[in-house]
Design a protein around this ligand. Structure first.
Ligand code: SF4
Ligand code: SF4
Length: 479
């Protein structure tokens, strides 16, 4: 029986409810009156200084996903862009993944790290290796990492992950520092989540892979990850362990995308119903080729057009949730979906264990093929040439603005007085410490152009002051 507030995965991702939703969506896909009313409902509304968006339920958003009327699809894209501008302006937050270990006891059939793959070299970084990787990442200019690690009780116990986090935070290389470590590790216990919280992680990220229980069991034939309910209820345990910011995601291509989309939104609704705060982020990965993985074995793979529509509809349905894409996507696809609502992208990623310390991109332990292989400086310049402000901001978590406090910042319309100046200051740091001359020139002009867009007079003045402090060698200012 469907119950969004239930602690049981079988009830908050009720299979029958997903099927009924898909049937309802198919029945209404050409219902122009309903579609117009949903687009109207989801529009951003200004109330004084505040901007509000109501979002859409999984049923409502599924109707839009089913609709293929060209003028309505265009209206969806326009609305996604409008919401993106209202909440995220032209800022794009930058991060990099850091792979700690590819030892894994699970049997996920879409991932080359699965336990039965005897071809792939198994590598685990020691604390010295991590120091080398973090130095390399800091030398590029990164401030925000996402830790990735296979599930292996003896090779990668929680103590290893905690030690690694502490090593990462300890590295101060010239003006560099990693200021936020998000963690993507296997579903674990409330006690372990509490330890991660105490270690000062940012967001806990766990991809559901697929919400379809039967497919989930087939795709995860062995290992602890085979337990669908334990995996699907992980975010509840993370929140019980005191982690306020959790990040959801499905691996598009494993199951029918309409099923995944409805269930993903049901998961977001569950967190809201059970804990009063929705997911901090939603990641949008698609299945990619890798070591012994062939995309053609997965017949639910989605086209670039469908992927863009999914991104637009996530933006419309959950306007306050950050949306992340990785370098799995090509430059062209990234350009398209950034406009439609993506707020965070990875840059210059290496998806192999120990990949950053090497001059040449190592391929032997890659988790997936990287489509966008540009250096970070190229990505930053490219974003600025497109009119975006690359941001290395990590302020909220460090100011204690997590969970519902972060959401109220979002909803209060103060984002432009907060994210915008922080983006400019962290970009300035990047320009001073790491940028090539052409990138720096472009960036300086962009900062000058963007300062007047800070609405609050006092903050604007303070930022001018801090920007010149950064020029004089000081670092780490934040609003
Ligand atoms: S997806 Fe994660 S759990 Fe599954 S095999 Fe790969 S590393 Fe292991
Ligand atoms: S101020 Fe907070 S919400 Fe805004 S970019 Fe920085 S960390 Fe993100």
């Amino acid at each position: 029986m469907y119950n969004p507030a239930s602690p049981s995965a079988d009830e908050f991702i009720d299979h029958r409810e997903v099927l009924d939703t898909l049937e309802y969506a198919a029945r209404n896909k050409n219902n122009v009156e309903l579609i117009d009313s949903l687009l109207e409902k989801a529009k951003p509304r200004r109330l004084g200084k505040e901007v509000h968006c109501s979002g859409l339920t999984h049923r409502e958003a599924s109707v839009l996903l089913a609709c293929e009327l060209p003028e309505k699809v265009k209206a969806m894209y326009d609305l996604a862009e409008e919401i993106k501008k209202a909440f995220y302006g032209n800022r794009i937050v930058i991060f990099a993944p850091l792979y700690l270990s590819n030892y894994c006891v699970n049997g996920c059939v879409y991932c080359p790290y699965h336990a039965k793959n005897r071809k792939i070299p198994r590598v685990k970084l020691g604390q010295e290796d991590i120091l080398r990787e973090v130095n390399a990442l800091q030398d590029m200019g990164h401030k925000r990492l996402a830790l990735e690690c296979g599930e292996h009780p003896s090779e990668n116990p929680i103590e290893y992950v905690l030690d690694s986090i502490s090593t990462i935070y300890s590295v101060k290389n010239k003006n560099g520092a990693i200021r936020r470590v998000n963690v993507n590790i296997a579903a674990t216990s409330v006690e372990n989540y509490r330890k991660l919280r105490d270690a000062g992680i940012g967001t806990y990220i766990l991809f559901q892979e697929t919400y379809h229980k039967e497919s989930y069991h087939t795709l995860h034939p062995s290992g602890p990850k085979h337990d669908y309910n334990y995996h699907t209820e992980a975010m509840d345990r993370a929140m019980q362990g005191g982690i306020d910011d959790v990040g959801l995601g499905v691996l598009f291509g494993l199951e029918r995308y309409r099923y995944e989309f409805a269930a993903l939104l049901m998961h977001a609704e569950h967190l809201e119903a059970a804990f009063g705060v929705g997911p901090h982020t939603i990641s949008m990965p698609r299945i990619k080729r890798a070591d012994d993985i062939d995309v053609n074995d997965f017949n639910n793979a989605i086209s670039d057009g469908t992927f863009a529509k999914l991104c637009a509809l996530v933006r419309i349905a959950v306007p306050y949730t950050g949306m992340i894409i990785s370098t799995r996507e090509s430059q062209d696809v990234r350009e398209k979906v950034i406009r439609l609502g993506v707020s965070q992208i990875s840059g210059a990623s290496r998806t192999s264990v120990g990949g950053y310390g090497e001059e040449e991109r190592p391929h032997d332990t890659e988790q997936f093929d990287v489509s966008d292989q540009r250096a970070l400086d190229e990505v930053i310049k490219w974003l600025m040439d497109l009119g975006y402000i690359p941001s290395f901001c990590t302020a909220c978590y460090r100011e204690g603005r997590t969970g519902d406090r972060f959401m109220s910042l979002c909803k209060s319309g103060q984002i432009q007085n907060c994210c915008h100046p922080n983006a400019l200051m962290t970009l300035k740091e990047y320009l001073m410490d790491y940028a090539k001359p052409a990138t720096r020139k472009t960036g300086e002009k962009l900062i000058e152009r963007e300062i007047p867009a800070i609405p609050n007079d006092k903050i604007r003045e303070k930022i001018r002051f801090w920007l010149s402090d950064i020029e004089n060698g000081k670092r780490d200012f934040r609003v």
